[in-house]
Design a protein around this ligand. Structure first.
Ligand code: SAM
Length: 297
């Protein structure tokens, strides 16, 4: 099954006859309904398994956001909102607008906001590429671990530029497409091998396009923190059970995921238990140029 872009989704969601999505026809990987349903399915488990492991990275990202003194802050792709809570602690006087397409993720954040009595945050359902529909004249945008998932990261950056005031800042933390020789790099290769799908790299193109979308790169760093998993098998299985490969399993089926798993485990150099690694993430600080007139559509 092809979606017309050369991507193949094998039997797609059609096999899941119990599934509401399936009744609407097979999905391709960027189908917003698939994205919403997959992330909602994994939300609780993501918050339990991945959020504590990602926390040191989120602290780096929050530390890298240096907004001008006036204006709200925004967090697209907020997931369960760990970084939103950190931001609210760091900037207690600022309104914060958080968005995510997954209702399951938002429910976790709404409940945390209620429990902690935090009133400065409004969290709403929305895609990263339409942040400017929720906020304008923002002082800062914080994005963590969602940019690399988007079908068009440059379009999202252009929209965040539109949402910012001149001099406003973005801190964007993401998993790079081609990390050096590492478990995550081998994972990307195994997925490409197991699915036949390629995700083009986007980072260099986005950096070159920054002036056209009114942004300037302030810094580009790599951050890495040790993460511990019971075994390499657990790591892979959690990416499916509670992470980004849930969407792949839903649309392409268990056999495809098993092929990716086998290819990755075969290439994995360590089978130590516990299994540890320090995956490199990329952190960009960007600034909205003064005097840039964004288009307002
Ligand atoms: C890996 S989680 C990151 C969550 C959180 N920011 C964190 O760092 O823990 C990815 C999030 O991106 C969201 N997401 C997926 N596609 C998206 C899109 N097109 N626009 C915005 N968010 C999206 C998912 O719903 C999910 O909550």
């Amino acid at each position: 099954m092809s979606d017309g872009t050369g991507r193949h989704s094998e039997d797609g969601l059609a096999r899941r006859s119990e599934d509401g999505l399936a009744r609407a026809g097979p999905a391709h990987r960027d189908d917003p309904r698939l994205v919403e349903e997959a992330w909602t399915r994994v939300a609780e488990r993501y918050a339990a398994y991945w959020s504590p492991r990602f926390r040191p990275y989120l602290l780096d990202a929050v530390g890298a956001l240096r907004p001008p003194p006036e204006g709200p802050l925004a967090v697209p792709g907020c997931g369960p909102g760990e970084e939103v809570l950190l931001l609210a602690e760091q900037f207690p006087e600022r309104p914060i607008i958080a968005t995510d397409p997954s209702t399951g993720m938002l429910r976790i954040l709404w409940s945390a906001l209620r429990d902690r009595g935090i009133g400065q945050v409004v969290a709403s359902s929305g895609g990263a590429e339409s942040l400017s529909a929720f906020v304008r004249q923002a002082a800062g945008v914080l994005s963590s671990f969602s940019l690399q998932l988007l079908p068009n990261p440059l379009a999202a950056l252009a929209d965040w530029s539109r949402a910012l005031r001149p001099g406003g800042r973005i801190a964007a933390l993401f998993w790079p497409r081609k990390p050096e020789d590492s478990a995550v790099g081998r994972l990307h290769e195994a997925i490409e091998k197991g699915t036949g799908e390629r995700r083009p790299s986007w980072e260099d193109t986005a950096l070159e396009a920054l002036p056209r979308i009114g942004l300037r790169l302030v810094s580009d760093t790599t951050v890495a923190h040790e993460m511990v998993h019971a075994s390499p098998e657990e790591y892979f299985d959690e990416i499916v059970r509670s992470g980004p490969l849930q969407a792949l399993e839903m649309r392409a089926g268990r056999d495809t995921v098993e092929r990716c798993r086998a290819a990755w485990l075969a290439a994995e150099t360590s089978s130590a238990r516990p299994w540890k690694h320090a995956p490199p993430a990329r952190l960009w600080e960007l600034e909205r140029l003064e005097g840039f007139e964004p288009d307002h559509h």
